[in-house]
Ligand binder design. Structure first.
Ligand code: NFE
Ligand code: MG
Length: 541
């Protein structure tokens, strides 16, 4: 009889929110997997009865990471219900703010949330800093000069103090870590360097969004940052953008490619073959005309990209902690919490299970990159082909953990480069906002590509108040549980078959999970099972 072991990772760290992953391992490979969101938040319910124009201020608080996306989805959703077309300037500002978010989130994911699955920080202590400098120059000759000795001393102080902080609890010394001490030191140095760079993206947000996170300049009908759209402020934005473009070109992209070259087997591990993208960075007023196009890819078949049909989306709850068993379209979705206890044979997650035409779909950078590639997006085709040639990989290798990590970096470059064009399209004397006429009764939907993937908001308005509000969120698509048909969610499926060398230190599992950049705060949009208390919160108007 083969021996089966169960591993539970709870909570999964270096993500946003509360995620538990369980896998069964038989003969060293994953033979079953369950992904569970362990916290209910209930933002959809909180919105009922409120003013449609106010919804974005609540939805934006869904998450402290991808804050802006739930703001912009919400105003778009109400604009759809009101039949409002926003001015070009508002559309362009929204593209710039979304672009700023991509440039912020993606490097933060690579360096601060994911890199330590590949980089052994403790090994960096035994590196030769001089040799690291020489190697760093060959990986990227134009990278900023870094004093590797100083970085090593900083790390040593950390380790000697016994306070590893963000580096505590890693599987340091595990045989799956394949980098040399010098390579580890370079990535450790860039981990610290990237912390400073992300501040610049936040400052870009503050220019047209007033603050970060949770930008302030959105309104149903447009944006309110008209007074900031001056040549001085545009130049300030451009200065940060140019610095970040340097960082992306000379640090982030070379680091991703070099890492991929050191872990080539991961270009065949952790893939999932169905992809959904809604499209983002609107070219005009149609939600379907975007710089990054939307589309549906099934079974990895890039020769056939179907248009998205929103009527094919449903959310299943049969294996989730919600009342009922019927799958519903989000326009008539329900969020009725019903905690029945964690049971992998029955209900086991606070995430619903979104499906497209009954199929689980991966969303996110890889879905966007493959959709754009398959649709012949010239700049994307160039970037992907260049990557595959440099790494001696084929298109099939994109359906993998490394494909996902690389896709994130490629789209960061693409969008950062495109932002110059959007800046030049701003018309400083033009209009930025129109007055919406909110209907007494109506419905709206809005699509979006959050950094982590396809995002949809649906609103029903009755008596000029929100009657129902539903959000179907990227991490719900990626990390959702089984559906009524028993099909696993994308991450559950991507984990299947993975070899785990040491079940006590399942770094291989973390590599796959983290490659999706999970955000459970978004995905389950307070439960206290011990005391079972209900808290009453008074909101003062
Ligand atoms: Ni909280 Fe989010 C993004 C959204 S992921 S990070 O990007 O929507 O589910
Ligand atoms: Mg929802």
């Amino acid at each position: 009889m083969p021996e089966t072991t169960k591993i539970t990772i709870d909570p999964v760290t270096r993500i946003e929110g509360h995620l538990k992953i369980e896998v069964e391992i038989t003969d060293g490979r994953v033979t079953n997997a369950w992904s569970s969101g362990t916290l209910f938040r209930g933002v959809e319910t909180i919105l009922q009865g409120r003013e449609p124009e106010d919804a974005w201020l609540f939805t934006q608080r869904l998450c402290g990471v991808c804050t802006y996306v739930h703001g912009v989805s919400s105003v778009r959703c109400v604009e759809d219900a009101a039949g409002v077309s926003i001015p070009d300037n508002a559309r362009i500002i929204r593209n710039l703010l979304m672009g700023g978010l991509y440039i912020h989130d993606h490097p933060v994911h690579f360096y601060h949330l994911h890199a330590l699955d590949w980089v052994d920080i403790v090994s960096a202590l035994s590196a030769n800093p001089g040799a690291a400098k020489i190697l760093a120059d060959t990986i990227s000759p134009s990278a900023p000069t870094i004093d590797f000795e100083e970085v090593q001393t900083k790390l040593r102080t950390f380790v000697n103090s016994g306070q590893l902080g963000p580096f505590a609890g890693g599987y340091w010394g595990h045989s799956a870590y394949q980098l040399t001490p010098e390579e580890n030191l370079i990535y450790a140095a860039h981990y610290l360097y990237a912390l400073r760079e992300q501040v610049k993206a936040a400052k870009m947000h503050a220019i047209f969004g007033a603050k970060n996170p949770h930008l302030q300049s959105l309104r149903v009908g447009g944006v309110t940052c008209e007074k900031q759209v001056t040549s001085t402020r545009i130049n300030e934005f451009k200065t940060y953008l140019n610095q970040l473009k340097d960082f992306i070109d000379h640090v982030y992209l070379p680091d991703v490619k070099y890492l991929a070259s050191k872990y080539p087997e991961w270009a065949s591990i952790g893939g999932f073959n169905n992809y959904l993208a809604f499209g983002e960075f609107q070219n005009g007023n149609s939600p379907w005309d975007n710089y990054l196009p939307g589309g549906v890819i099934l079974n990895g078949n890039l020769a056939e990209v179907n248009d998205v049909d929103l009527s094919k989306i449903s959310e299943h709850v049969e294996r989730s902690f919600y009342a009922g068993t019927s799958a519903r379209h989000p326009a008539s979705g329900e969020t009725i919490p019903n905690y029945t206890g964690y049971d992998t044979k029955d209900r086991y997650s606070w995430l619903k299970a979104p499906r497209y035409n009954g199929e689980p779909m991966e969303v996110g950078p890889l879905a966007r990159v493959l959709t754009a590639y398959a649709k012949g997006h010239t700049d994307m085709v160039k970037l992907v082909d260049e990557l595959l040639t440099q790494l001696d990989l084929t298109m099939d290798n994109m359906h993998s953990t490394l494909g996902r990590v690389a896709a994130r970096a490629l789209e960061t470059k693409l969008i950062a480069d495109q932002m110059d064009n959007w800046l030049s399209q701003l018309n400083t004397g033009g209009s930025f906002i129109v007055s919406p006429d909110i209907p007494t009764t109506g419905a709206g939907a809005a699509l979006n590509e959050a950094p982590r993937g396809a995002l949809g908001h649906w609103i029903n308005i009755d008596d000029r108040k929100i009657a129902n509000y539903q959000m179907v969120v990227p991490s719900t698509w990626n990390l959702g549980p089984r559906c009524s048909a028993g099909k696993k969610g994308p991450v559950e499926e991507a984990l299947m078959g993975t070899m785990v060398v040491n079940p006590e230190e399942p770094v291989e599992i973390l590599r796959i999970i983290h490659s999706y950049d999970p955000c459970l705060a978004c995905a389950v949009h307070i439960i206290d099972t011990n005391q079972d208390k209900t808290y009453t919160v008074q909101v003062i108007k």
